[in-house]
Design a protein around this ligand. Structure first.
Ligand SMILES: [Zn+2]
Length: 162
């Protein structure tokens, strides 16, 4: 896998340009379509939390597909000593961000939160949610934030350490 790193604005632009992903692009859906798992509604070209129409096609939304396939788009790894004493506080912040983002965007969800040795790995259905989490940690607690974006697979890895 070729992993590229970018800094600052160039990185932001490239992430936006490659924001399409295989799960989103692989088919055109009839409208309206409802996800039978989470109830998201595909309407006017995007997934929303609109009320379920009386008659609709059914297909899993890309976020539910990623959860089912355990195929995250975003990985956020938290490292460092600070973590040991602030675990609940950090996870609270992260879950608040998810709740806020997912309320607006059905495709932005956390797939899992796992303890790995002395680190915590959070996986997401969307690269932008991973990005928002990383930026929020950095904003709230400083520390060191690194990005690695794999273009061909459209996967974003973030590492936060304090
Ligand atoms: Zn769904």
């Amino acid at each position: 896998m070729v992993v590229s790193e970018w800094k600052g604005r160039q990185r932001d632009r490239l992430i936006r340009e490659h924001a399409h992903d295989t799960y989103k692009a692989k088919r055109k859906l009839p409208e309206p379509t409802v996800c039978p798992k989470c109830g998201a509604v595909f309407h006017e070209g995007r997934w929303t939390w609109a009320a379920k129409p009386s008659s609709a096609h059914e297909t899993l939304c890309p976020a539910c597909e990623r959860v089912r396939d355990r195929y995250p788009a975003g990985y956020v790894t938290l490292h460092g000593k600070f973590l040991q004493h602030h675990r609940d506080e950090l996870l609270g912040l992260i879950h608040n961000i998810e709740a806020r983002e997912a309320a607006e965007h059905p495709l932005k969800r956390i797939i899992s939160t796992e303890d790995k040795d002395n680190a915590i790995l959070i996986t997401t259905t969307d690269i932008h949610l991973a990005r928002t989490i990383g930026d929020a940690l950095h904003h709230a607690y400083e520390g060191k934030l690194d990005y690695q974006y794999a273009e061909e697979s459209n996967i974003l890895h973030l590492s936060w350490e304090r």
